[in-house]
Ligand binder design. Structure first.
Ligand code: SF4
Ligand code: SF4
Length: 392
């Protein structure tokens, strides 16, 4: 008689603190856009599967009443267990999803979402701040004041925003009004020059000829968020599916979902990667990340194929391990990168993160093992010395 073996995949969700909000988000979150236009049963199956996998953060940017109601109904009595990102300025204009900066319209759509969610939304996200005009239309027309009033009334717990542009995002973070940023992060977007629109690359295909090393404005944005203790949730992790497609990838080969997820989760300040799933199977695939080995998640070889390379920039990949002095080299490099943003005003939190590492730059014996292993020629020994000088 044959024995039937049943393999059960056990995943244990990991949670990260969302900046200074005192809330914790699952590292895998759910972007709900693919539930739009789907029957309630399908929405319920996806939401049930997400919650039972430990996912506790959902992005609901869509202004459509039906999809918002379906999601709220599917969450049901579990509402308090879930963090919802609802978007201020997302509106349905002329039967099309759009951005509105008209305050009465903005209020109508957000207040409908509030009602559907039982009168409270965790993160009121200022929607789509991608240009100076967007910034002006949000911060100089009463929309940001409206968000602040929502927070004062307790209708939302925190103000956040979404953006695809590092320059506008830096400006928004520096208002000190926001506590969460949803930003598009993946290895391809991170090497597109700031002046080029990511949407052009998505529509027309990635133009690998314009790729640079890690784009400094993006690196600055992630470090600024870490410095100001602002959490980042990630959208477009897979570059609208292009990065995992052999036909459209701009790299030597397609990345896997897990590699894209791991890349985003390795950036400073990132708390959760919001993956757009439309079936329980896709949720299962997304959370499989939690069960994989470091080798299976490793994205280094693919980054090395970038034209021009990432010479000298730490991408926090951990390839330099093991260090005989047990230093967490990627973390020391990450804190050093943040400290170097403004050496005269290093945030106490960054200093304290550095000082609470079990082993830090001071323990470096300059053996050089890490530099031999680093695929990106990072001057680790110099970095260890500098980190200790600035943060020790
Ligand atoms: S020093 Fe090199 S190997 Fe180590 S984490 Fe940074 S990029 Fe990766
Ligand atoms: S050079 Fe320093 S950081 Fe690098 S492996 Fe040796 S002890 Fe560790």
């Amino acid at each position: 008689m044959k024995t039937l073996y049943v393999i059960i995949l056990i995943t244990k969700m990991i949670y990260r603190e969302i900046g200074k909000t005192a809330k914790r988000a699952s590292v895998i979150g759910l972007g709900c856009e693919h539930l739009d236009g789907k029957p309630y049963e399908q929405v319920k199956n996806v939401i049930d599967s997400a919650i039972s996998s430990g996912i506790n953060i959902f992005d609901v940017f869509m202004p459509g009443k039906e999809v918002r109601e379906n999601i709220a109904k599917a969450i049901g009595s579990r509402r308090k267990e879930i963090l919802i990102q609802g978007h201020i300025c997302s509106a349905n204009i002329g039967q099309q999803y759009d951005i509105s900066r008209d305050l009465p319209t903005v209020k109508r759509f957000f207040e409908e979402h509030l009602r559907i969610c039982g009168g409270h939304i965790d993160f009121g996200m200022l929607f789509f701040i991608d240009s100076d005009e967007d910034y002006k239309n949000v911060f100089e027309t009463g929309i940001a004041d409206y968000a602040l009033k929502l927070k004062e009334k307790g209708d939302i717990s925190h103000i956040g925003f979404s953006s695809h542009n590092p320059v506008s995002a830096i400006k928004t973070v520096n208002t000190n009004l926001v506590e969460l940023m949803m930003f598009s992060i993946n290895p391809a977007f991170d090497i597109i020059p700031t002046e080029e629109s990511i949407f052009t690359h998505l529509e027309k295909g990635f133009n690998a000829n314009s790729f640079t090393a890690v784009e400094p404005k993006r690196a600055e944005l992630y470090r600024l968020c870490e410095q100001k203790n602002i959490g980042i949730t990630v959208m477009k992790t897979l570059g609208a599916g292009k990065l995992i497609s052999s036909e459209h990838t701009p790299f030597c080969k397609p990345l896997t979902v897990a590699q894209c997820t791991h890349y985003a989760l390795s950036r400073p300040a990132v708390v959760s990667v919001l993956l757009g799933c439309k079936s329980p199977e896709e949720i299962e695939e997304a959370v499989k990340y939690l069960t994989l080995s470091d080798e299976e998640k490793d994205y280094t070889d693919i980054l090395k194929s970038i034209r021009g390379g990432l010479h000298g920039s730490c991408v926090y990949c951990n390839h330099c391990q093991p260090c005989p002095s047990q230093i967490d080299i990627a973390s020391v490099n990450k804190y050093l990168d943040i400290a170097k943003l403004d050496t005269a005003n290093i945030p106490p939190s960054v200093r304290s993160h550095y000082q609470s590492l079990a082993y830090n730059g001071f323990e470096c014996t300059q053996c050089g093992n890490c530099e031999n292993r680093c695929p990106f020629d990072v001057l680790v020994i110099e970095n260890m010395k500098e980190a200790h000088k600035l943060l020790g």
